[in-house]
Design a protein. Structure first.
Length: 343
């Protein structure tokens, strides 16, 4: 089985964007650099070494908040991809009706059927004390009680505990209704698709984004939300926290824009669940990246861009694979794996 680091390298080698890409009026935004492999090295630098000195849980305990009667696949794919990338434990907090289905998919997932309970927020909050990162939204549904009340209050608990947070799918719907609840939360990464991005942009900015200026739209929305990191998913995944890079580092950054674009070629077939794989992987990478910053890093790009952009880029790069033309998610999962003994 290939290691995550090797997979990242193989995908980077076939990126379709070269070193930079011209998108809209932005002269150049960086996709990979004129010094080959720098983005890959940034991603690899946060992956914890596999040693005999660690115990279960230290590589990541990830919580997925989602799963309803209609949508059981989404939380499964998010949670299992977090495990396959390298997290030690993956929890799913879902409705009672979704629980037996998700449990039947995999015995490796820890499933909590509590989202409909009157104590849902309190019980989830207690479990969050043990978590390292949270993915909110896959399969959550848009039920007003669960999505707009319970999930909203759980999000507030995540913020109180200062946990890395990835908001995807129906979690983005929640933010479209209440955008202020995510404002200025520095550990948040939002992963809207094109339609979700347009709705959120229109809610926050009062107008539609200009399709000819996709990078500018991501930066503008990020700044309006207090510089939370946004990953606008698409043929090219645009990643920004709305900030400008403050300084050059050995001529790595020349345009001053804190934007990464993942141009690695993915499958032309767009099927349900691909975003869930991305959000789960991003949850694991987010914990790893924040941990790397906490313990101190000598990787210049990680220091420059910060943990959110690093985690987002690494997850986007990992989950794209143009060889799988049919792109069933269970086949994509077969390519995820963590075997770092040979690194």
């Amino acid at each position: 089985m290939l290691s995550v680091a090797n997979l990242l390298g193989s995908f980077l080698s076939r990126s379709s964007g070269g070193s930079t890409a011209k998108i809209g009026s932005f002269q150049w935004v960086h996709t990979s650099y004129h010094k080959p492999g720098l983005l890959l090295e940034m991603a690899q630098s946060v992956i914890p070494p596999l040693t005999f000195n660690t115990h279960k849980g230290l590589a990541g305990r990830i919580a997925v908040i989602g799963g309803s009667k209609e949508y059981t696949g989404a939380p499964y794919f998010a949670a299992i991809s977090a495990l396959k990338v390298g997290a030690d434990l993956s929890h799913v907090f879902c409705t009672e009706g979704a629980s037996p289905v998700i449990k039947s998919y995999s015995p490796e997932l820890i499933v909590h059927p509590i989202l409909e309970s009157k104590f849902a927020v309190h019980e989830t909050s207690e479990w969050l004390e043990k978590m390292h990162a949270v993915v909110l939204g896959p399969g959550l549904g848009t039920d007003p009680v669960i999505c707009l009340d319970i999930a909203k209050n759980i999000l507030e608990e995540v913020k109180k505990k200062n946990l890395p947070l990835v908001v995807d799918a129906d979690g983005v719907f929640l933010l479209t209704e209440y955008p202020d609840i995510i404002k200025s939360y520095g550990k948040a990464i939002l992963t809207p698709n094109v339609v979700e991005f347009e709705r959120l942009f229109q809610k926050v900015m009062g107008e539609k984004p200009k399709p000819e200026e996709p990078v500018l739209a991501v930066k503008v929305l990020s700044r309006a939300l207090g510089n939370v990191t946004i990953v606008k998913k698409g043929h090219n995944d645009i990643i920004s926290d709305g900030e400008n890079v403050k300084k050059d580092h050995n001529d790595i950054i020349s345009d001053g824009e804190n934007v990464l674009v993942c141009c690695s070629e993915g499958s032309p077939r767009r099927c349900g669940g691909q975003g869930d794989l991305l959000s789960g992987a991003m949850g694991t990478f987010s914990y790893w990246a924040h941990k790397a910053i906490e313990r101190g890093t000598d990787n210049a790009l990680l220091s420059l861009y910060g943990p959110n952009l690093c985690a987002a880029y690494a997850a986007c790069l990992l989950t794209k694979d143009h060889h799988l033309k049919h792109c069933l998610n269970r086949l994509v999962l077969d390519h995820f794996g963590w075997n770092k003994c040979n690194m």
